[in-house]
Write a protein that binds this ligand. Sequence first.
Ligand SMILES: CC(C)(COP(=O)(O)OP(=O)(O)OC[C@H]1O[C@@H](n2cnc3c(N)ncnc32)[C@H](O)[C@@H]1OP(=O)(O)O)[C@@H](O)C(=O)NCCC(=O)NCCS
Length: 174
Amino acid sequence: MYRITTLSTRKDLTSKAAELAHGEWYVKRKIPLDVVILEYQRRSNTGTLPITIIATCTGNNGELAGMVTLKKTELRQWQYIGPWLSALYVAEIHRKNGIGRKLIAAACRYASAMGFSRLYLFIDPKNFNRLKRFYTRQGWIYLDSAVDEDGQDTEIFFRELKALPQINTDGINR
Ligand SMILES: CC(C)(COP(=O)(O)OP(=O)(O)OC[C@H]1O[C@@H](n2cnc3c(N)ncnc32)[C@H](O)[C@@H]1OP(=O)(O)O)[C@@H](O)C(=O)NCCC(=O)NCCS
């Protein structure tokens, strides 16, 4: 069983969240872990972006199972649209249990509760075809092709948020 909440309610997991993100996206770019920890400290917010939403185990001392971040901007050439669903990550042993989908749904509800009517994402080129299927099955719609910060070809998708039920932005499913 998993619990979805904001990182702000579990600040003790900030370094763990940063470690997972570092391993997945920043090691190859030679960005030091300390910088990523500072970034996740910035993301342990409520009510103002950036905000990281996490999935924790209800057992195992509430260990971190997954996370996703809502950010104002992504991709240098696309600064005029936002907010963005970013850095979705589920720890390998917890994959294929529906956590990724739940995190996306929670992020959409959160963004809707903040008054946003659209959310954007770009697909990690590392696993492009599988991720594209994963997002389109959940109703994300193709917007345009783009190039990510490493110069890799990718695609931007969006989702309308208008019809989503409102939630309390202090925390999710508390
Ligand atoms: C992409 C990622 C977040 C998905 O996380 P996840 O928790 O495994 O996601 P879900 O369990 O919701 O869905 C994954 C798949 O498992 C399937 N699934 C969900 N629950 C399931 C269950 N109980 N039994 C079997 N399969 C299940 C889903 O249908 C989905 O299939 P699909 O990919 O064919 O659509 C995860 O693989 C990850 O962290 N990857 C590395 C980082 C990354 O690529 N992030 C995306 C950046 S754009």
